[in-house]
Ligand binder design. Structure first.
Ligand code: FAD
Ligand code: NAP
Length: 516
């Protein structure tokens, strides 16, 4: 008879690595991580050749493992991030827990917790199961994709490089980060490249502003403001981009003006590089509206703005992903993240089952989110915390979903796991009890306070105290991380603070708009 494992983690992408590490760190020794491939790294081990991350090293790092001096404003290539995770997994003894080449083909509830069946017929029993299988694996395809019989069709998941597109007439569909990266590569070599946006391209931000990673400005100085202020933030940023008097910034401002949702920049997801505006401004890439008609097997395509594209050779669908877990029982296979408590726990299964990585941040990075989720789960698994009652979990999930859908409108409905990074992180930090001690820092350690409030809101600041806290290491790392310059983002934040301070308490806040 098989022994019952304390905890099994499925997947050795970044989510599975950090989850395994946190469980071990909380004293749960009997952890097994099952990975179907032969390597760590998940999506990053199997994606396009020239992938560079859109979150800086400062933002992407795990809280307690240094990136290397001088890398604070660097953006890892996929090879570099894989090397960082390799070193991380070695340092924290994660490799010893991973069984490679172990694909889970079925996971069913069992008296002990969960019974897993592997592709080789093996069986694994466990008390707790962590699903760290990633949400960017199963392509989301438009309804009309089946009509593209006469052209070459590719989803971004299968794109590797521009080799097949040289001299071709190519349509790229979508405006997220996959579309941005791929459009720029294709626009450089294609005879003609056109991108179809049915709404916007998210909110476009540069990777860097001068020598600084632009995401350092994803800080509490700005994101501490009420979300209704997002519309003013959008206006100010568009004005700032226009001031550069540069065609790439102009193209970015024009694309961002397409975001018309209720909270502007805070109603959508960030597309955190200037690749799309560069493709438009420097490589003649055209921008058209959403697809309305596919004729002649895709050789002729019509768009909502009346444009028609003739002689199409290839269509690249950068239309995102759907989260699917085919090995789970039917009702859980396409689980809506918004029905889960904190995008992690199903009320019926409590802490015996957890999804790690099912919360995608609009801005910031997904890696700190996965770490925070792993910390919370590990504390529950170690018996140092308890979940609320199932009814309370369901009520909280419904209330959170309502708030996110109100703020995120169309994007929140399409991307079911999309969350507001700051709200989500602070929410989990509140549950864990690891919010940074702002007032103490302000009074006793102002230089540290500056980094916590005007540096990127990344994972390390949540290690300053509370369960899982590593105060000395956190202070040392934080002091090496950058503080935002006194730039337009800081100024918009200060302006917002002043505006709300003067407004309150004489006038009530405007009521939140209905779901967009
Ligand atoms: C191209 C791309 C670039 C991205 N860049 C960034 C970025 O710059 N910054 C950022 O914050 N986020 C980024 N993301 C978003 C997110 O961080 C990644 O998708 C990340 O890979 C999620 O990690 P994960 O561990 O949840 O899932 P994955 O990386 O998908 O890893 C899941 C692992 O589970 C394994 N697995 C799946 N099913 C089974 C099974 N049945 N049995 C055993 N093993 C299984 C897989 O083989 C895989 O190794 C990017 C996403 C994409 C698609
Ligand atoms: N370099 C990098 O770091 C990098 C590169 C690639 C991906 N990523 C990450 O990977 C994740 C997925 O990104 P992604 O760009 O693949 O997907 P995404 O951000 O979800 O964007 C999908 C795009 O496709 C459009 N779309 C979706 N369904 C459509 C349909 N039926 N018809 C027409 N258009 C449709 C969306 O439009 P609407 O907005 O109108 O819905 C959106 O523009 C994100 O977390 C992203 O940050 C990172």
């Amino acid at each position: 008879m098989n022994a019952v494992r304390e905890c099994v983690v499925i997947g050795a992408g970044p989510g599975g690595l950090v989850c395994t590490k946190e469980l071990v760190e909380q004293g749960i020794d009997d952890v097994l991580c099952l990975e179907k491939s032969q390597a760590i790294g998940g999506v990053f081990a199997d994606t396009y050749d020239n992938l560079t991350l859109t979150s800086s090293c400062t933002f992407s790092m795990f809280s307690d493992f240094w990136i290397g001096d001088g890398r604070q404003h660097h953006f890892w290539s996929k090879q570099e991030v894989l090397a960082y995770w390799d070193a991380y997994a070695r340092h924290f003894g994660v490799f010893e827990r991973i069984r490679f080449g172990a694909e889970v083909v079925s996971a069913e509830p069992a008296p002990c917790g969960w019974r897993l069946v592997l592709a080789d017929g093996g069986e694994v029993l466990c008390r707790r199961l962590a699903l760290a299988v990633g949400g960017n694996r199963f392509p989301n395809l438009p309804d009309w994709a089946d009509d593209l019989q006469g052209v070459s069709v590719l989803h971004s998941k299968d794109y590797r490089n521009d080799a097949a597109f040289s001299g071709k007439n190519v349509l790229v569909v979508g405006g997220g980060e996959s579309a941005a990266d791929i459009t720029l590569e294709i626009a450089r070599v294609a005879r003609r490249c056109t991108v179809s946006l049915r709404s916007s391209a998210g909110w476009i931000l540069p990777r860097k502003r001068g020598a600084m990673a632009a995401d350092i400005a994803t800080h509490r100085g700005l994101y501490g403001l009420p979300r209704e202020f997002g519309i003013e933030v959008s206006r100010q940023i568009i004005r700032h981009e226009a001031d550069y008097d540069d065609p790439v910034h102009d193209a970015a401002a024009k694309l961002n003006a397409r975001v018309t949702a209720a909270y502007g920049v805070w109603s959508t997801y960030g597309t955190k590089n200037f690749s799309l505006p560069e493709a438009v401004a420097r490589h003649g890439c055209g921008v058209v509206a959403g697809v309305t008609g596919v004729e002649d097997g895709g050789r002729r395509i019509r768009f909502a703005d009346g444009e028609v594209l003739d002689g199409v050779d290839a269509v690249v669908l950068c239309t995102g992903y759907r989260s699917r877990l085919p090995f789970l029982p039917e009702p859980l296979r396409a689980q809506d993240p918004r029905a889960l408590y904190k995008h992690m726990f199903h009320p019926a299964y409590g802490d015996s089952l957890v999804w790690i990585g099912l919360a995608r941040p609009g801005y910031g990075s997904q890696f700190p989110i996965m770490e925070m989720q792993a910390r919370y789960f590990a504390l529950l698994a170690a018996g140092r915390m308890a979940l609320p009652a199932p009814e309370r979990m369901a009520e909280t999930a419904a209330a959170d979903a309502q708030g996110y859908l109100r703020q995120l409108g169309h994007s929140g409905r399409r991307i079911r796991n999309l969350v507001d990074y700051h709200r989500y992180m602070d929410d989990l930090a509140g549950l864990i009890g690891c919010m940074p001690p702002f007032w103490t820092l302000f009074l006793l350690r102002p230089r540290l306070w500056l980094r916590v409030v005007y540096g990127a809101t990344q994972a390390t600041q949540f290690r300053l105290r509370g369960p899982g806290g590593k105060p000395a290491l956190a202070r040392e790392i934080l002091m090496k991380l950058p503080v935002s310059r006194f730039n337009h983002v800081v100024k918009v934040g200060l302006k917002g603070r002043l505006w709300y301070a003067l407004r309150w308490p004489w006038r009530p806040r405007p009521s939140e708009p209905a779901e967009a």
